[in-house]
Design a protein. Structure first.
Length: 283
């Protein structure tokens, strides 16, 4: 294994093999058909932290029907609920997987459901996608939020609450998607997970920057030129250390971001907490 993977990548792959050995056989099943498979989202973070579970998310260049055929031979049970949007799920033993085809999404402002276009490269899946027909406009009078969080289960209920409160939310799961979205749309708020791992191939870790701090470095200039509010959420308890790191890496944003520990904000107060941050920011 190349030293370029780094300690974190090696730890993540070792954790994946040890704690979810069936993932390797799934990767081999896709490889045998000429397709690639990469671990994405929250499981990447969990693998790096050595706490990987048996609920895994993957992305692939195989089209949904090809993924379905492979999973039918690999899994004991499969589900096609999300196949219209590129996702096929399966379970083998105690391991549950969701496999999603590389894709881009085009949104119609009259619908929350995206028009999905499939791609052949993970770079397209992470970076190159249109968001709205009029990308310079903030829809309606609601605040327009870019929500960046690799853990889809953590984000899901919070996004629903924000939308019920009248916000328009664009959700992305990777740092590169966040920067691409920010460069295309005028957002009023960025809710950002400060630590987001990059997708991991079974045979190695994809190169590229991935942390929330890196996102801030890329979007800093436009944040300064706008009145956008940055709300940073972290699992770390040493908030002063987090703030010191942010002020060191993006000193131009001092005073422009708010930092809170994830676990201290109850779900029912999530939208209200954002409302209070906005009130203080614009007073």
């Amino acid at each position: 294994m190349s030293n370029a993977l780094g300690a974190a990548g090696e730890l993540a792959i070792r954790s994946l093999v040890e704690r979810a050995p069936l993932a390797s056989s799934l990767a081999q099943a896709f490889k045998a058909k000429g397709f690639t498979l990469a671990l994405v989202g929250g499981p990447v973070r969990d693998a790096i932290l050595g706490r990987l579970g048996n609920d895994l998310d993957f992305t692939t260049n195989a089209r949904p029907n090809e993924s379905k055929k492979i999973l039918q031979t690999w899994a004991e049970n499969i589900w096609e609920t999300g196949i219209e949007f590129g996702t096929v799920a399966g379970k083998r033993g105690d391991t549950t997987v969701e496999v999603t085809t590389y894709r881009s999404e085009t949104y119609n402002p009259d619908s929350r459901n995206p028009e999905v276009k499939y791609g052949d490269s993970i770079d397209g899946d992470l970076q190159d996608f249109p968001l709205f027909p009029d990308e310079s406009a903030v829809i309606g009078s609601s605040r327009h939020i870019l929500y960046v969080e690799d853990d889809k289960w953590y984000a899901r209920d919070r996004i629903l609450q924000l939308e019920e409160s009248g916000y328009t939310v664009k959700y992305v799961r990777t740092a590169k998607l966040a920067v691409s979205a920010w460069n295309r749309v005028n957002f009023d708020v960025v809710i950002l997970d400060i630590r987001m791992p990059h997708p991991i191939n079974i045979s190695g870790i994809d190169p590229g920057d991935s942390t929330g701090v890196w996102v801030l470095e890329q979007i800093a200039k436009k944040v300064i030129d706008s009145r956008a509010v940055i709300w940073i959420l972290t699992n770390r308890t040493d908030l002063n250390t987090v703030i010191d790191e942010l002020e060191s890496r993006v000193p131009e944003l001092i005073g422009r971001f708010h930092v809170d520990p994830k676990n201290d904000i109850e779900l029912r107060y999530f939208s209200a907490t954002l409302g209070e941050i906005l009130r203080r920011s614009f007073d």
